[in-house]
Design a protein around this ligand. Structure first.
Ligand code: BGC
Length: 803
């Protein structure tokens, strides 16, 4: 746990540059040996203070007088480089000296020009085929630089023979003597795209050692690091010059304990180090990372590995929460989500860190946004991503499937790869999440135009409130729908939500959020237009997708979950719709029937309709599909698919099977907001006013959670004796809270005094001041609730799936 979150700082920082973007003439092009650019410069005296401002086309690492500048990795990070390019600023005062100084900038392909996207759709040289560096050292902002990249710089080749984000790296230590063999050319470049780095820098986290190792059938060493994560190996080795250490990676091993990484597809994810043969050599890759838990080490020639460790990297390192309950599988699920966030927060929120994708998928990001804020300090990271999305938004308002968006640069190959509902809605959901969690009005002001354009785009797909997304991936407005939704037992697949209903619900969500954001930013006209739009969509949805008897046209878990959660069920149909929702759950014997967009809504919707025992039943069942199934199978991060490894141990088709996808970890938001029971209030965001509304699920008790919010540390937890609950909360100084309990929670006391204040709907509320409070109550209908779910629990057992 860390210190309180700093106040939001959303302003874009830019500066004026004297330096030019220079390209090393030694460069051999994408996929070949890497180059550096360098310059010797004289100083009469060492300057008191000196700052290096630096960025690149490609990835860079800078050295001054042989010493590395900074310790962040994968700089300058990943943005849509043609419109936004981050620069970093370092205090380099201590590295400069009177007399001769040498600055050297190593460059590599990185996201700029190494492979992006999968197999047959792979894009190379996405933002250009020439790497470059722009850098200057100044003693004061606005003063003439001490040194700046310009045509006088030299260039030469590096010991990095090849490197790529998916590829990995080949390093030949015999080539470490650098030679200024060529000059540079100045590239056309508009420095207006340069922006101060916005997200937390990507850092190395604490390394860990292998927990197990063995030799495979061909005599190669396999190491199990015990934790799936993103990063790289760091090893020391001794041996003869020219000997090689080859490291391959995987997330899983097969039933024979052989490395199994077919799911990386075309990402080679391979490290090769060639020894120089001088004492103990030390290596970790410079310009790549892998997503893995296992490595296979092959040594060619005479060499011995002296040590090896896993160095995880991430932009998420300020953990701001704790959660624990009585079920160790749930506690591990939370840790798995933490690791999936770390692994997929590498300057960009990616789907996965291992295969030939690792893209900033917007759908995954929007469902996970709030969970991310609960787990790690995420404000600056999301602000950067929102700006990435805005930078990639198309003229017609469409938001891309992922951002930074390589397809925008390659329109011929992907003319319309954008505009999926549930994905593009990230432009509405994430700024609103930043408002809720951090009270950041500035990001709403920055995004409101893009939000409006997005809502109008979705409306334009079918020119009306019912959205009919085309089925074909290559048509604009195509929808991924409820991606990866399981269809129940394969002998008799169950119905799933249609793309039209899913897209229409999302049009409603996006219009509503845009209306709220417009209210906050003071644009009454837009707020009214969006509110009207939301009303029209709501009525059309009810007309089109809800029968007179209260059944949804798509009679599945996702449809009910989204419709209930977003208030699309009219009051008079609430009870019958609730019964149909439960029936949809019964048909799956209480197993999950939801995909990427339905899953985060499922448990909150069940709590909202007053059925916490049903939520508990679905959450805690250990069969597949279910959250705890993967934990029981030894997962250390969240899987992309519910059934990534089947019950009999067979691995699902590796073509689409990642073991480190944070999307389904979005259930952690529910653990904080419903189970521990605290959430931000949109009226006083940033947790200045906190809503405490716990849903008691006895099987989870005792529960305790904390969160270092923008307003300070919040704590909440409960324990149960019979049907009596003790709920303790802590409201940060300068914040206030409101306790909200449903009518079934009776005989409520707050700090020893009875609470009587009942709302019109029967719920009990009480105001909470800053400080600690003890609340007690009893659950009137606990037995009834338990009995209602008992037959389902029995059915789950009789499905004969592993418990
Ligand atoms: C990615 C996702 C993404 C999806 C879109 C996948 O290949 O890994 O997580 O959201 O495509 O449907």
């Amino acid at each position: 746990m860390d210190k309180p979150v700093p106040a939001p700082k959303s302003a874009v920082k830019s500066r004026s540059w004297a330096a030019q973007m220079i390209h090393p003439l030694s460069d051999e092009g994408q996929g070949n040996r890497a180059s550096f650019v360098s310059r010797i410069f004289e100083l009469e005296t060492a300057p008191g203070t000196a700052w290096l401002h630096i960025s690149a086309f490609g990835l860079y690492r800078c050295f001054i007088n042989g010493k590395r500048v900074g310790n962040d990795v994968l700089t300058p990070g990943w943005t849509s480089y043609d419109v936004r390019l981050s620069y970093q600023s370092y205090d380099v005062s201590a590295l400069l000296m009177p007399g001769h100084n040498r600055i050297e900038i190593w460059l590599a392909d990185g996201w700029f020009r190494s492979q992006l996207m999968w197999g047959k759709d792979a894009i190379f040289n996405c933002w250009g085929d020439k790497v470059g560096a722009i850098a200057e050292i100044v003693t004061a902002e606005g003063s003439a630089p001490i040194v700046a990249t310009d045509p006088s710089w030299k260039s030469g080749l590096l010991p990095i023979l090849r490197s790529g984000i998916y590829f990995g790296e080949i390093y030949d230590a015999r080539q470490e003597e650098l030679e200024d063999s060529a000059g540079v050319e100045v590239l056309p470049f508009d420095d207006k795209v340069l922006i101060a780095h916005e997200a937390p820098e990507v850092r190395e986290l604490a390394p860990f050692a292998a927990s197990d190792s063995w030799t495979d059938t061909q005599g190669r060493k396999i190491l199990d690091f015990g934790q799936n994560a993103a990063g790289y190996v760091h090893f020391t080795v001794q041996g003869e010059a020219g000997a090689r250490v080859i490291v391959e990676h995987s997330e899983i091993v097969d039933t024979d304990r052989e490395l199994a990484n077919a799911n990386y597809r075309t990402a080679e994810a391979r490290i090769e180090y060639v020894l120089k043969g001088e004492g103990i050599e030390d290596y970790r890759p410079f310009f790549t990372f892998q997503g893995f838990r296992y490595t296979r080490v092959t040594i060619e020639g005479e060499a011995e590995l002296k040590s090896i460790e896993f160095v995880p990297i991430s932009s998420a390192y300020r953990r701001v929460s704790t959660f624990s309950c009585s079920n160790p599988l749930v506690n591990r699920l939370v840790e798995n989500t933490v690791w999936s966030q770390r692994s997929n927060f590498i300057d960009v929120p990616t789907d996965c860190p291992q295969r030939d994708e690792r893209l900033g998928w917007s759908g995954d990001a929007q469902v996970f946004a709030a969970t991310a804020c609960y787990l790690h300090e995420s404000h600056d990271f999301w602000v950067k991503y929102v700006r990435d999305l805005i930078g990639d938004q198309r003229e017609n308002g469409a938001i891309p499937h992922f951002s930074p968006d390589p397809t925008r640069m390659n329109d011929a190959g992907f003319p319309t790869a954008y505009g999926s509902t549930g994905w593009g809605d990230a432009i509405c959901v994430i700024p609103w999440t930043l408002w809720l969690h951090y009270g950041d009005r500035a990001i709403l002001e920055e995004s409101i135009g893009a939000m409006e354009k997005w809502v109008d785009f979705v409306w334009s797909i079918s020119n009306g409130p019912i959205v009919h997304p085309p089925r074909n991936f290559s048509r604009a407005g195509f929808s991924f729908g409820d991606w990866l939704q399981p269809k129940g037992p394969s002998v008799k697949p169950l119905p799933t939500i249609g793309d039209d209903a899913a897209a229409t619900i999302y049009l409603y969500i996006a219009s509503t959020l845009t209306a709220k954001a417009a209210e906050v930013t003071g644009d009454a006209t837009l707020a009214a237009r969006m509110r009207d739009r939301a009303q029209v969509v709501r009525q059309a949805f009810q007309h089109e997708f809800i029968t007179p008897s209260g059944r949804l046209a798509y009679d599945d878990q996702t449809s009910y979950a989204l419709a209930f959660l977003h208030d699309l069920i009219p009051a008079e149909k609430w009870e019958p719709a609730k019964a149909y929702f439960k029936a949809a759950i019964e048909r799956c014997a209480g197993r999950i029937g939801t995909g990427f967009i339905g899953t985060p809504a499922l448990l909150p919707a069940l709590v909202k309709i007053g059925e916490p025992e049903w939520a508990g039943l679905m959450f805690l069942q250990e069969g597949v599909p279910g959250w705890l199934y993967q934990v029981k199978r030894g997962a250390t991060t969240i899987w992309e698919r519910w059934d990534a490894i089947q019950e009999d141990g067979t691995i699902f088709n590796p073509q689409m099977n990642s073991y480190n996808h944070y999307a389904y970890g979005a259930v952690c938001q529910w653990l904080f907001e419903s189970v521990a029971g605290f959430r931000p209030d949109p009226e006083q965001p940033g947790f200045r006013h906190i809503l405490f509304e716990p849903a008691i699920i006895p099987a989870l008790g005792p529960v305790s959670a904390s969160h270092v919010s923008a307003a300070g540390e919040i704590k909440a937890g409960w324990s149960l004796k019979g049907d009596r609950v003790t709920y303790t909360v802590s409201v940060p100084a300068n914040a206030t809270g409101t306790l909200i309990l449903p009518p079934a929670y009776e005989e409520v006391t707050l700090d020893g005094a009875p609470v009587t204040g009942k709302q019109a709907n029967g719920s009990i509320t009480a105001e909470l001041t800053a400080g600690d409070h003890v609340i007690t109550f009893h659950i009137a209908d606990l037995e009834e609730q338990k009995q209602e779910v008992a037959p389902l629990m029995e059915a789950q057992r009789s499905m004969n799936l592993p418990a």
